[in-house]
Design a protein around this ligand. Structure first.
Ligand code: BGC
Length: 247
């Protein structure tokens, strides 16, 4: 089956058609900068442009950087706050003329990694962390997702973890890999104390550079880079359109 996956991020909105049996993108992805302000109407218009670009009438899955419960957006850390309370699935469906499945972006990335990537066939507790504009998290046990975990907002030294250790902060504070890893290590130690995962998967924009930093991370659990890299959100969004995967 083919489905269109769109990953709505704090800085870019990226989409591509995906073969949901293999997790492979069947066309080059299209990226458009996230509108500023990232209001529901502006983001919906961008999602409609991407949908029109690829054509066809396959199902549409969208990953969104916030809490999403049954299509309704419940938080807005890295998008316009006017999203809170909006039925995002219904809005995007009106804008594109297709049924839309909407889910948290890290949950989407996690689904892709657990189905096709670094967490494939893993039966234990798997924690996916995405380091980008914010820090996203997804927890799987026996392959089942606990949605909307939002662990990027755990408090460290009086601050949201993502305000100390996201990839955006690494860049904006010009941290070198060692300094950034020190902050991430403090965060990983907290996650291990709370959840004792068997496997960490590091995804998000920064994962393409894993050779430069992964060896600096100190965890009891195995820690590996995301296999699908930054495309996991697109693939997971497409996967989420399968009826069996709806919540
Ligand atoms: C949001 C999460 C999201 C993460 C990564 C956080 O600020 O609260 O919902 O998964 O950023 O985009």
């Amino acid at each position: 089956m083919r489905a269109l996956g769109i990953d709505i991020g704090g800085s870019g909105i990226k989409g591509a058609p995906v073969d949901t049996e293999t997790g492979i993108l069947v066309a080059d992805r299209l990226r458009i900068s996230t509108p500023d302000p990232s209001t529901p109407e502006a983001v919906a218009a961008t999602v409609a442009r991407i949908t029109e670009h690829f054509g066809g009438n396959s199902a549409l899955g969208c990953a969104f950087p916030a809490i999403v419960q049954r299509g309704v957006v419940r938080s807005a850390a890295n998008v316009d706050t006017s999203w809170i309370g909006v039925d995002g699935a219904a809005l995007l469906s009106r804008a594109t003329g297709r049924p839309v499945t909407l889910l948290n972006d890290a949950d989407a990335a996690g689904m892709a990694e657990v189905t096709f990537g670094a967490g494939r066939d893993h039966t234990g507790v798997v924690m996916i962390l995405t380091f980008g504009t914010g820090i996203g998290s997804a927890i799987f046990t026996g392959g089942h997702l606990l949605p909307n975990t939002e662990l990027g907002h755990l408090e460290i030294r009086g601050m949201d973890a993502e305000h100390r250790a996201s990839d955006r902060v690494r860049k904006s504070e010009s941290l070198d890999w060692e300094d950034w890893a020190e902050r991430v290590n403090e965060y990983l130690a907290m996650l291990e104390a709370l959840f004792s995962p068997d496997l960490f998967i590091v995804g998000g924009g920064v994962s393409k550079d894993h050779a430069r930093f992964l060896h600096l991370f100190e965890t009891k659990a195995r820690i590996v880079p995301a296999t699908l890299r930054n495309e996991a959100g697109i693939v997971g969004a497409a996967l989420a359109t399968a009826p069996a995967r709806r919540d």
